[in-house]
Design a protein around this ligand. Structure first.
Ligand SMILES: Nc1nc2c(ncn2[C@@H]2O[C@H](COP(=O)(O)OP(=O)(O)OP(=O)(O)O)[C@@H](O)[C@H]2O)c(=O)[nH]1
Ligand SMILES: [Mg+2]
Length: 329
């Protein structure tokens, strides 16, 4: 990496200058930004960026890679920039170095998109089956809202309306019971609050005649050990053969954070991922990259706060279209 300084009226303009010089594919990093006064007394922004060595050499006319421009590197950086992890990209791109395909941007792109399409998994919605579904995940991602949307979706399904009951394992947060009670009352559903392992088992037995039982849990922050221990005990007590778990993740989260959340919940088998807050990001690559890497299917996608409208079963084609659209932004 080489450090280079750019000066402009604002830090943003200065960074734009760097982008103009090196192109949007260059992995520029902002190191420092300071404000200085020029001779005429005007405030100017100085920024220092680090520039990849080969880009810097190319900018002063020294070709560090005499054979050809690094198309493969550019595609790698673009996909990284859109959120896909290097751990997924490298095994696909590294073997192509030296291959003629590595010089062809559109072939490389189609190859990666085909690989994504081939490996991205979605869980089809099965309208007629009995279901015991528990939503788990960090605080505030939209577990309870999604649960309410699912409850409405299953209850009001025009082809296969199902009897739905709700269980609330969130005994931690003030207002959690009321939030769920509100949704249960709106839809006319049975609703149980449970705070012990025995109570959980009893509630499941009593609700056995319902086709669908949706179970809400408390959001757990990775730093809340007490809550984690209690929730682990509850989850471990499950009759596992029957209860399906969906990990709820916000599509606005960064890859590393999603990974930390996933590891955090790794004590329980995760059957699918529900992605929320799709309306709040233009960068779904982080979330898609994560499910690709883990091979876990996406079951639903939440696209807003409206209950029950803003929820869709995951559709691979739609997800791919959205990702491709984001490549051009
Ligand atoms: N924009 C947007 N907001 C959402 C979406 N899903 C949920 N929300 C909002 O996110 C906030 C938190 O939603 P909850 O359903 O209470 O989240 P939770 O995961 O149950 O939260 P805890 O129980 O506190 O862990 C609410 O304001 C929801 O309306 C979504 O897809 N898009
Ligand atoms: Mg909740």
């Amino acid at each position: 990496m080489v450090e280079e300084t750019f000066t402009a009226p604002t830090p943003r303009d200065a960074f734009e200058l760097a982008r103009e010089k090196y192109g949007v594919f260059s992995a520029l990093k902002l190191l420092r930004a300071t404000q200085v006064q020029d001779e005429a007394g005007h405030l100017r922004a100085h920024i220092v960026v680090s520039v990849p060595q080969e880009d810097y050499l190319a900018s002063i006319g020294v070709d560090a890679a005499p054979s050809q421009p690094d198309v493969l590197g550019a595609i790698h950086r673009m996909m990284r920039d859109k959120g896909l992890p290097a751990s997924w990209l490298d095994p696909l791109l590294d073997p192509l170095r030296g291959d003629s395909m590595a010089e062809d941007k559109s072939r490389l792109l189609s190859y990666l998109l085909e690989e994504m399409d081939a490996h991205l998994r979605v869980q089809p919605e099965e309208a007629q089956t009995r279901k015991r579904l528990m939503l788990i995940g960090p605080t505030g991602v939209g577990k309870t809202t999604t649960l309410a949307k699912l409850a409405a979706r299953y209850t009001l399904d025009p082809l296969h309306p199902r009897s739905v009951a709700l269980i609330n394992l969130d005994t931690f947060r003030v207002g959690a019971y009321e939030q769920m009670e509100h949704y249960a009352a709106t839809l006319g559903l049975t609703h149980r609050k449970v705070d012990t392992i025995e109570g959980f088992g009893t509630a499941l037995e009593e609700l056995d005649d319902h086709e669908v039982v949706l179970i809400d849990t408390a959001g757990i922050s990775p730093y809340d050990i007490g809550r984690l221990v209690q929730t682990v005990e509850l989850l471990k007590s499950l009759p596992e053969r029957e209860i399906e778990t969906a990990l709820v993740i916000s599509a606005t989260a960064k890859y590393d954070d999603i990974e930390a959340i996933y590891d955090h919940f790794s004590f329980v088998e995760i059957h699918s991922v529900i992605l929320t807050k799709f309306d709040e990001t233009r960068r779904i690559g982080e979330a898609l990259g994560f499910v690709l890497e883990k091979g876990v299917p996406i079951s639903y996608v939440s696209t807003g706060q409206e209950v029950p409208d803003d929820l869709e079963p995951a559709d691979k084609e739609q997800l791919m279209i959205r990702f491709v659209e984001e490549l051009h932004v």
